[in-house]
Unconditional design. Structure first.
Length: 98
């Protein structure tokens, strides 16, 4: 019994990897989850979760859709623009000066 449990735990630990840019853990159901470093987001690659570079600039949150394409959720007053092939949240709030 001990040997079987040890092997299972060892396989469970080695099977969890988010790459070099995040920390891997398991939720209560045993599903892998990644806590990515700043500037990285979770992406499914061939059925595995990895932390991949993802940035929408300082004014939005970056993530990946089911197809692996980058998407941006911009803060209020900002919208997604394509800048040199990258999606960036640009714009800003206008202040009326009287």
């Amino acid at each position: 019994m001990f040997h079987t449990c040890f092997v299972y735990i060892l396989l469970l630990v080695t099977a969890c990897s988010c790459g070099d840019n995040g920390k891997c853990s398991f939720d209560e159901d045993g599903a892998q989850k990644c806590a990515c470093n700043d500037g990285f987001s979770v992406k499914d690659v061939e059925g595995k979760k990895i932390c991949e570079a993802c940035s929408c600039g300082d004014n939005g949150k970056c993530s990946f859709d089911e197809d692996g394409a980058q998407k941006c959720a911009c803060n209020d007053g900002f919208s997604v623009k394509d800048v040199e092939g990258k999606k960036i949240c640009e714009g800003g709030k206008f202040i009326r000066i009287l």
